[in-house]
Ligand binder design. Structure first.
Ligand code: ATP
Ligand code: MG
Length: 215
């Protein structure tokens, strides 16, 4: 489906004594202004697409990701965000996935890059941040929403693990016709994600959109 994204913010500065001093010293205006992050950006996203949003810190990746997720939700698709995944901190990982099936639980954990049996029997509260992140991904995949959204994708993972997880996740998303949308400042996951849509957000309203239709 085609979406058009727009995002602009008012920049209103509180005029404290220090703010006024800084403004005078550096010749900055303090008038209220609107700044645009997304200026009628047109994207086409289909089930099975992987959307890779890159760009420097502050360029507008999160704004773009949220705006896109919102449009897809408005269009009736179920959208699951990794930040909203619910974990039971006091229950072993293996007991929180796959319903009755142990094999399914193990499959979901390995998709998310958790393949060590000693971790299966740990609780989320006993994991490292990166391990917990991967467990969230396993839950996200299990949830079966139409759209999987992950901001700061793989940020807490070493780059080898990030690549493995990216490759697995993109493969599973494509196989099940899910839309995977990730945003990260890291540009090293191109090969693993093989995105259908590569969006490089630049400062202000600048943006570069590259499509790679495999079908
Ligand atoms: N609610 C808001 N009100 C005002 N400005 C905002 C708001 N949300 C974001 N911005 C501004 O929009 C710009 C883009 O923010 P965004 O969070 O999308 O950056 P980002 O690319 O995700 O950065 P990072 O990599 O640090 O997460 C920034 O200049 C930010 O200050
Ligand atoms: Mg961000």
């Amino acid at each position: 489906m085609k979406v058009e994204l727009h995002a602009a913010f008012q920049s209103r500065t509180a005029r404290s004594e220090r703010v006024i001093k800084v403004a005078e010293a550096f010749g900055l205006g303090l008038e209220d202004r609107e700044f645009t992050v997304l200026d009628k950006v047109e994207l086409e996203v289909k089930p099975g697409d992987v959307v890779y949003i890159c760009g420097q810190s502050g360029a507008g990746k999160s704004v773009l990701l949220r705006a896109l997720a919102e449009k897809l939700a408005e269009a009736g698709q179920s959208v699951a965000n990794i930040d909203a995944v619910d974990l039971d901190l006091h229950k072993a990982l293996i007991d929180q996935l796959g319903g009755e099936g142990l094999a399914e639980a193990i499959r979901l954990l390995s998709v998310a890059g958790l393949s060590d049996a000693y971790l299966y029997i740990r609780k989320p509260g006993e994991l490292s941040d990166g391990q917990r992140y991967r467990f969230r991904l396993a839950k996200l995949v299990e949830g079966g929403a139409d759209v999987w959204v992950a901001d700061e994708f793989g940020a807490v993972l070493d780059r080898v693990t990030a690549k493995i997880v990216a490759w697995n996740l993109a493969k599973v998303a494509r196989a099940h016709g899910k839309t995977l949308i990730v945003a990260t400042t890291h540009t090293d996951l191109l090969e693993e994600l093989a995105p259908s849509l590569m969006v490089t957000k630049r400062f202000h309203d600048r943006i570069k959109i590259e499509t790679n239709d495999v079908d």
